[in-house]
Design a binder for this molecule. Structure first.
Ligand SMILES: *Cc1c(COP(=O)(O)O)cnc(C)c1O
Length: 467
């Protein structure tokens, strides 16, 4: 039991730097983020709160942009490389400002994401638009942005070609189009599967020839410029062979198209690179090693097929922003619950839950939690961190070892919540969504304001009509 408990303990920043933002330290008996003790952060800004380490974000974005540019540098006979931040992981103007200044492009998938990216000052030539059901309004904004529209609209179905072409024509522009290809490769965690079957809402099948037909159809329109092919094979992927397999299949299509006289200048391999969520996770492969592996897979396949190496891009969302952020919660009720085997589990309730992090309930995602406001003195016990929602699946951390004396008022830090935390938050039970606080660049500042109860009450049309 004690060995198990040791495995379930949250490692401190010095033990597992890959789990925490760069500025995280456990100093003078408590966790500090951006040099500020968590007691001070929670005291001043309240809880729950997402704390985002801005220099860490800049560092990660710089690394992604740099390794892609270096490993695919055209001096090696390659076609250049770039990295687009998948903004759905965490969308805010400040995040866009930081990642684009660091050299990344931005991937968007809705009117709100595209508008935020443009208003934050992202260069339209480095913006993409995804989506299996884009609205006319979204397409119009994408095509009319900047001097020649955004860099790529990723076409997801056969009927979208004529729609995009018509809107571009109406606007007197040439829209730059990629196609989203389902290659049959799916991955996540440690393994990947590669089939010829596709049963999902995204993309155009390689196996049935749909992808090729749509790429050829694009050539029929004056108002469209065919940029290249795209695939996204999953998330939290550790096995780089999955990307190589998918890239190889995409290049087969590129060759096929070339034989038909259609040039394909860009290959996008999507996102999905794994990060560390708990002390049990292996260390993730570095961006440098990932880019190098992708470059060698692409180069070899191009050589085999006699193709010129296209420009290669990727779209890391989670691995850009995930590790930059820590959620701080205040502990409320602590309850010991007997288990069937005679042991017991400590249920530790915090002041947020599935409304600020839905991933454990949605995907059984694993997280860990560290007692952050003081040095642990008592023995470790098996605990579960739960939220305050009316749902027994409202779990923040399924299994974690915490000091037995964890008590009301303590602060728990849950690392690696930067991706799909705020982005997927809700108002379930009429809870206000926490704000995101930027630290590490000058004084702490709100990146996203915390919601006020009045924000929620104002949306209630009946209440509003009574005022
Ligand atoms: C979600 C998504 C990404 C980002 O995935 P991560 O796992 O956050 O890296 C990239 N591209 C597309 C098309 C996506 O849908």
């Amino acid at each position: 039991m004690s060995l198990d408990l040791e495995n379930l303990r949250a490692p401190k920043p010095t033990e597992r730097p890959d789990l925490w933002p760069w500025s995280a330290k456990f100093a003078d008996g408590e966790l500090t983020l951006g040099g500020l003790p968590v007691t001070k952060l929670v005291g001043q800004y309240g809880s729950p709160v997402y704390v985002l380490d801005e220099p860490d974000l800049v560092g990660r974005a710089t690394v992604w942009a740099t390794v892609m540019a270096e490993e695919f540098w055209d001096g090696y006979g390659m076609g250049g490389g770039s990295a687009y931040y998948a903004a759905k992981a965490m969308m805010s103007a400040r995040v866009i400002e930081l990642v684009t200044a660091a050299g990344m492009g931005v991937d968007t998938a809705s009117l709100g994401e595209l508008t935020t990216a443009l208003n934050a000052g992202a260069d339209p030539n480095m913006i993409g638009l995804h989506g299996n059901n884009k609205s006319d309004e979204e397409l119009r904004l994408a095509i009319s942005a900047g001097e020649r529209g955004i860099a790529r609209i990723v076409i997801d179905s056969a009927d979208e070609v004529a729609r995009v072409a018509a809107i571009a024509e109406e606007l007197g522009r040439k829209a730059r189009a990629m196609i989203r290809v389902t290659t049959g490769v799916h991955a996540g965690g440690h393994e990947f599967i590669a089939t010829a079957h596709e049963d999902q809402k995204f993309g155009l099948s390689l196996a049935t020839g749909a992808a090729k037909r749509v790429a050829l159809d694009i050539q029929n329109y004056e108002s469209l410029e065919f940029v290249g092919v795209h695939s996204h094979i999953g998330s939290q992927i550790r096995d780089l062979d999955a990307f190589s397999e998918s890239a190889g299949r995409l290049l087969g299509l590129v060759k096929d198209l070339q034989d038909e006289g259609v040039a394909c200048n860009e290959l996008d391999l999507g996102g999905g690179y794994a990060i560390t969520y708990t002390g049990k996770d292996p260390e993730p492969t570095s961006p440098k090693d990932i880019a190098r592996a992708l470059a060698s897979a692409v180069r070899n396949k191009c050589e085999e097929l006699g193709l010129k190496v296209p420009h290669v891009s990727i779209e890391p969302g989670r691995s850009t922003v995930g590790p930059t952020t820590v959620t701080l919660y205040r502990v409320g009720t602590v309850k010991e619950v007997p288990l069937e085997d005679g042991k017991s589990r400590l249920y530790v309730s915090v002041d947020g839950g599935m409304s600020d992090n839905i991933r454990p309930a949605l995907y059984e995602a694993d997280y860990t939690a560290l007692l952050a406001n003081r040095e642990a003195s008592s023995a470790l016990v098996l605990a579960r961190i739960v939220g305050k929602h009316c749902e027994s699946g409202d779990i923040v951390v399924h299994d974690v070892a915490l000091p037995a004396d964890v008590k009301r008022g303590d602060i728990l830090a849950v690392p690696a919540t930067g991706a799909y935390g705020h982005a997927m938050s809700s108002n379930y039970n009429m809870l206000t969504r926490p704000g995101t606080l930027g630290v590490g660049t000058g004084d702490p500042h709100w990146i996203i304001y915390p919601e006020k109860l009045s924000d929620l009450l104002d949306r209630d049309a009946y209440l509003a009509s009574k005022n």
